[in-house]
Structure formats: C-alpha cells, structure tokens
Design a protein around this ligand. Structure first.
Ligand SMILES: Nc1nc2c(ncn2[C@@H]2O[C@H](COP(=O)(O)OP(=O)(O)OP(=O)(O)O)[C@@H](O)[C@H]2O)c(=O)[nH]1
Ligand SMILES: [Mg+2]
Length: 324
C-alpha cells in the first residue's frame, strides 16, 4: 500500500479549483482498487493568487484531513509554476508524487492508470500524453507547437516522445530526488522530461483526455514558447552538446540550402552554374537525411513496456534505487 501526494499549482483559479478538488477526492476508491493507494494528500500550492482561490481551498482543507487530506500552501508572492510545484514536492509525504493543473484541463480520473504505470519496476517518470488520445481537445495551434517541441526533444534525447510538455505526471518520490531543482517557470515541464531521459530514467507515456481550460490562461504563447524551446535545448546541451550542434547544423544546412537554391536556380545562364544551384537545392534533402539518421537510434529506444528497466545513462539513477 502506498501514499500518493498530488500537487496542484494554482494562480488565480477560483473558477476551477473547487470542482477540480472534488474530482480528485472522488477517485480515492479507484486509486485504492487500481493502484493500491491507501492514503491520498492533495497539496494545493497557491502562487500568490489575488482572487478567492486560497479561500476555496482553505474551506476544503478544513473538511478533509486524515488518510484523505487537502493541504493549502501559500506563496506570499507569485513565484511561477515550476516554483509552486517544487514547493509542493518539498512538503509532500507520499512515496508517489503526481501533479496536474488547477484549471480542469487534465483529468484526475486518469491518475490511477498513471500511478499503476509509475509503480512498475524501474519506471522513473510517467507522462500524461495529450497528443495521442482521441479525447484530446487541444486547440490546433497548441497541438502544432507541442508536436514540434516533442519532435525536438525526441531528436535531442534519442527517445520517441509524443508530449514532452504535459502538465500531468506521476513519479516515484525517489526519482524526484534525482531530478530537481528545475526551472521556476512554465518551462519546468519540458526541462523535467529532457533531464529525466538524459539521466537515464525510464519514461512511460499514458494517453489521457485533455479539455479547454476553465478561467483565463496565464500562458503567453510566444514568450513561453520561446522559453520552452530554450529550456529543451539548454537541458540537452548539458548532457549531449554534440547532438545539439549536429541538429542545429543540419537544420541550418536545410534552410540555407533551400534559400540559396531557390534564389539562384532560375538566374543561372550556363549549365554548370545551374547544376551548382541545383546541388544547393538538394542540400535540404541531405540535411533531412541527416536528421533521419539522427532519429535512427530512436527506433531502438521507443518508449514501451520492454524498456521499463532504467539504464544508468550518466550513472545518476539506478533501477534498484527506485524499485527497492
Ligand atoms: N502561468 C502560470 N501558472 C501558474 C503560476 N503559478 C501557478 N500556476 C498554475 O499552473 C498551472 C498552469 O498554468 P496555465 O495557465 O494553465 O498554463 P497552460 O496549462 O500551459 O495553458 P492553458 O491551460 O491553456 O492556460 C495552472 O494551474 C496555474 O494556475 C504562474 O506563475 N504562472
Ligand atoms: Mg493549464
């Protein structure tokens, strides 16, 4: 029997948080039956909200203590999504940690499935995958962005990922000891994915439904998108600078070759010059081939039950440490 700590970072989520907590509290039987979880604590980390979020959580915290408890932790000022999660993890008592947003986008009803996956021997991190499920109501522009981030992270890590930015995850508490600290902002999630893979944790993906949020979004698409990109590259750079350079070079060659070829080809008067421009045009195809070759070792490393055992990676995580 194990204890689960669910951390919910919230910033001005008065429209959603009450309903979300009721939904989390209603899955205690399923957690017990499907994942053997006998104790549940929900830690809501209020990140300096200026609306009624904290009052709503406080009322529920008074009504729930004991084996199924709601706890409120408050940041006096807004410190960011990743900071809120890390405050929650530091205060948690569970052997399993979970987190999800406070805006009703992620389904608490999927937690038993994610917990079951996280309890398999050797698993270090379970991602709720919003990209594969038919029930995902992700807006198309977000879907495109998330697909590109997942492709980039897959290429840099050598592991096929569907959704590297998901905000719903479960992990053994001991795995978190090997991962933190991570960034304080929304880029916490992609950084965590890349670091987990680079440190050799086995990462599982479980498809989950996804819904449009209740209340107003705090995400700024361009600013946060660039931060996600920088976080993925920076995290990969720490472990595999060669691969980052190679992918950057291949992408640059694609773009340069296509641009130069298109600009030069029609203007060349002689056969040889046209041939030269034509070769430039082919350069993107060569770049794409290089990308495919880089992906080559993904096939052996696609995430599956067969790869549940942790491989030591840079030696920081050993399977026995997470399973004993
Ligand atoms: N953006 C943001 N969210 C915070 C912060 N502190 C806590 N949160 C909570 O972290 C979760 C993620 O933020 P969201 O605004 O939902 O960002 P998102 O999930 O990427 O995008 P949308 O759901 O489409 O808005 C929510 O539950 C927020 O209330 C913060 O400083 N900034
Ligand atoms: Mg959200």
């Amino acid at each position: 029997m194990s204890r689960l700590s669910v951390v919910v970072p919230v910033y001005n989520e008065e429209a959603a948080i009450g309903h979300l907590l009721q939904r989390i509290l209603s899955i205690t039987d399923a957690l017990q039956q499907e994942a053997g979880i006998s104790e549940l604590e929900v830690l809501v980390v209020d990140d300096g909200s200026t609306d009624r979020t904290a009052h709503i959580v406080e009322d529920l915290a008074h009504a729930h203590s004991g084996p199924v408890a709601v706890r409120l932790i408050r940041h006096p000022v807004n410190l960011g999504y990743g900071a809120a999660l890390q405050t929650g993890f530091a205060a948690s008592r569970g052997s399993l940690l979970a987190f999800l947003d406070g805006d009703l986008t992620y389904p608490p009803e999927s937690l038993p499935r994610l917990c079951r996956a996280a309890q398999r021997p050797g698993v270090g991190l379970v991602l709720g995958d919003r990209m594969t499920s038919r029930d995902s109501r992700m807006p198309p522009e977000r879907r495109l962005g998330n697909a590109l981030f997942a492709l980039l992270a897959s290429l840099l890590c050598g592991t096929r990922l569907a959704d590297c930015c998901s905000g719903m995850r479960v992990l053994p508490a001991r795995a978190w000891q090997r991962l933190g600290p991570l960034p304080a902002g929304l880029e916490f999630s992609p950084s965590m994915t890349v670091r987990a893979l680079q440190r050799g944790l086995a990462v599982e993906q479980v498809p989950i439904p996804y819904h449009e949020r209740v209340g107003s979004s705090k995400l700024k698409v361009l600013r946060d998108g660039l931060r996600f990109l920088a976080a993925i590259v920076a995290e990969a750079w720490r472990y595999r600078p060669g691969r980052v350079c190679f992918l950057g070079g291949a992408t640059g060659a694609c773009l340069l070759g296509a641009g130069a070829g298109l600009a030069l080809l029609p203007r060349q008067p002689t056969f040889f010059l046209r041939l030269g421009a034509g070769i430039l045009l082919i350069a993107p195809a060569l770049g794409a081939l290089a990308l495919l070759l880089a992906r080559g070792d993904l096939h052996g490393k696609s995430l599956s039950a067969a790869r549940l055992a942790l491989h030591p990676g840079d030696g920081n995580v050993k399977s026995e440490e997470l399973t004993s």
